[in-house]
Every structure is written in C-alpha cells, then in structure tokens.
Write a protein that binds this ligand. Structure first.
Ligand SMILES: [Zn+2]
Length: 409
C-alpha cells in the first residue's frame, strides 16, 4: 500500500491516514472499493423510513450503524462513509428534527471515524443533494433572490457538514448524487474552501514534529459524483440543468475535484456505457462508478423509472426488489470497471455486504467475508465432494428436483 511511516502507524494509527490515503492509492493504480447505499440497506432492515430517507438511525441505533460499517468493511469496502446522507438541514426539516442536525452529523462522523481507525480503512465525510436548488427559475429579480437564497441554503448546508467532517477527522469528502451540475460545483467549492487539513488530528497531537504533513495545502481530497437521471438532450445524457454529462465531468474536474464520476440512479447496465463515454471524452481525473444494484435498461435507464414487469407499475422505491441484480451482474460490473481503468468503484442504493464482497472478489480480493463465499461442492443436492451423502447429490438430482443434472460451478 506504500505507507511511508510504518513506525508511526503502529503508535498513531489515526495520523497515518494522510500517508496512505485515497489519492496515494489511486495514483498507485490501486482499486478503491467503496460501499455506499446505507440508507436503502437500513430501510430494508426497518430502521429508515422510505420517502424522507433521513438517517435518524444514527441517533436511535448507533450500534447498528457501527455494525453496518463493520459488515461492509468485512465484505471488502476500503472506505467507511459516514451516514450523513440526507442528514442535512433540509432533510431534518422534513421530519421536524431540525434540532438534531449537529448531533446527528457529529455522531455519524464519530462512528465512521472509529470504525475506519479500528479496521485500517479510509473514512469519508459525505454531503449530498439538498433538493432545494431549482435551476429552472426564470431570471427576474424576485426569482433571482429566491435562487440566491437557495444557493445560500445549499452552501450553508454543505459548509456545516464539511466543517464537522473535517473536525471529526475525515480522510476525504464525498459529495454525491447531484442531478444538477451547479449544485455539485457549489458543493465542491465549499469543500475546497472549508475542507482544509485534518485539524482534529492536529489538535489531538500538537507535539508531533510532523503534524504539518497532516495539514494539506490543498484541502482534503474531494470525490464528486453525479446522479445521471433520465434526462436527454438530442439523445445525449444530460444533467437536470441540461449540461451534457461528459461536459459536466470536465467542469467538475476543472473546478478542482480529485475524483469525478457517477453514483446512484443508474444500474450497472446503463451506467457503464456512460462511464465509457466519460472515459473517452478525455477526463483526466480519477474516475468513480457507483451504480445502484438494479437491472436498469435502455428504456428505463434509472431505478426511479423502472417498472415492475408483472404489474406495470413504477417499482421505485419499495418494489424495486423485482429488479435486483444477481451477483453475477455485480461481478461483471467489476470486471468492466477494471477494463475501463475506473479505480474508485462501489455500489449505491440496493447494496448489501454480499454485493460488496462480490465486487471485491471480481478484483481478485479475498476480504474477511470471503470466508463464507459459496462452496457448492458441499451442497446437499448439487455437491460433488465425497463427504456429501450420495443419496441427494448429482446422482439423485433427477429424483429430488425432477429435472436433469445441471452443471454446477
Ligand atoms: Zn443511491
């Protein structure tokens, strides 16, 4: 991993992060696997409400959030991403919990920091779309004021989350799921202005002679990902504010993002062709791809547009199970990312530890969770191992399942 401070690592694990941090790993050509999708995952476990999707679970069940982080790391995630998605003031206002803003954010960040430190992974602060910025407002004075207020809302929302993330020791900041390019650029600007240095670590160990290594001149790395919704202009994928997605990536890169790409909205099948376009368009920054784990199609390119083939009704959000990717899709997604040279790779909504493990294994890794990866040679019916009772194995498969022998991996 190229860590240059091994003695320090042992004594001051927390302070080691900048030396073997995100950018060094990416610059060294390493894959960085990132588990996102905590909100959907915890909604399925009945700890987050579909609709507002605000992670009050952080305050109500902090041990569960900690365990979720640990499960994703065990499954192969290199990053512990703090569960602050929709934990901004706009989210909390929706559920009349505005007073919990700072406590929720700081608690989520501390849980993530602790897990990352304990597992030797990277910790990311997380900010996201605010759903308050409307690019369609006409350009008159009254509306302009409204837009400006909205901008301020975006800025103040992002700023407070970034500052807390830095104080709580984030190694980098993820700003994600922006459908609107302008909002993504504002978020990036806020990270650049307020995401300077790991002051938390500095304050803890001010006597260390090398603390200045920790105060990064250019601020913590910024990962900016766009959610490419079902918006097209002349048949080309666009952001909600009508900028071609490849052009949007270039603008985010020029504005100083360290990693740019796509997350959420699209499943592997509709995200990969767009990632290929982005790659070919000449974006030089490290690329990120974190699809949802649903089988989106050319006709229904995002999980918000998917319909249930049985009922014809919109599947989003609670009937999306009918379109879940099989694990082989996730494995194939990993292989394609490898071919395309995409090194910041992960999964968003729909993700679960078994998918993250599959992704890690697609890169030839064996995370601790691989201890329980499938071993079908020991299966009671399909098994081929001599220890398996022959009564039910492949010899008898026709009798038991009523069908002819099938090849087993
Ligand atoms: Zn998502």
């Amino acid at each position: 991993m190229g860590c240059r401070c091994q003695n320090i690592c042992i004594r001051y694990k927390l302070l080691c992060n900048p030396f073997s941090g995100l950018m060094q790993r990416l610059n060294d050509g390493e894959k960085v696997i990132v588990a996102e999708g905590y909100i959907f995952n915890l909604e399925k476990r009945c700890y987050v409400q579909a609709g507002p999707y605000v992670p009050t679970v952080v305050l109500e069940q902090p041990d569960l959030v900690k365990q979720s982080h640990e499960e994703f790391v065990r499954a192969g995630s290199d990053v512990v991403q703090a569960l602050t998605y929709y934990g901004h003031r706009e989210g909390l206002k929706l559920i009349d919990r505005s007073a919990d803003l700072e406590t929720l954010n700081r608690t989520a960040l501390r849980i993530a920091r602790e897990c990352a430190t304990n597992t030797g992974t990277l910790m990311a602060g997380d900010i996201c779309n605010t759903n308050t910025y409307n690019p369609a407002n006409p350009n008159n004075r009254e509306k302009l004021e409204a837009i400006f207020k909205e901008l301020l809302a975006v800025i103040s929302t992002s700023q407070e989350q970034v500052e807390w993330a830095i104080e709580e020791g984030a190694d980098f900041i993820v700003a994600e799921t922006f459908g609107i390019l302008d909002e993504a650029l504002i978020a990036l600007d806020v990270i650049k202005r307020y995401g300077k240095g790991n002051f938390h670590a500095f304050k803890r160990k001010p006597d260390l002679p090398f603390y200045d290594f920790l105060l990064k001149e250019n601020g913590v790395p910024a990962v900016i990902t766009i959610a490419a919704h079902d918006n097209f202009k002349d048949g080309v994928e666009c952001t909600v504010d009508e900028v071609e997605v490849t052009e949007a990536m270039k603008r985010i890169e020029s504005a100083g993002a360290d990693v740019v790409g796509l997350n959420c909205a699209r499943g592997p099948d509709t995200m990969l062709p767009l990632m290929e376009k982005i790659k070919k368009s000449g974006v030089k920054a490290h690329l990120a791809a974190l699809p949802v784990t649903y089988r989106t199609t050319e006709k229904e390119p995002t999980f918000m547009t998917l319909t249930d083939p049985k009922t014809g009704k919109l599947a989003f959000p609670i009937n999306l199970d009918c379109a879940l990717c099989p694990r082989d899709d996730i494995f194939e997604f990993g292989r394609r990312c490898d071919e395309l040279g995409i090194n910041y790779v992960g999964l968003c909504c729909g993700n679960s530890p078994h998918y993250t493990r599959t992704l890690a294994e697609s890169f030839g890794r064996k995370p601790p969770g691989s201890k329980f990866s499938p071993e079908m040679s020991l299966h009671c019916i399909y098994g081929t191992d001599e220890k398996v009772d022959k009564y039910l194995t492949t010899d008898a498969i026709e009798n038991v399942l009523g069908r002819k022998n099938q090849p087993v991996d």
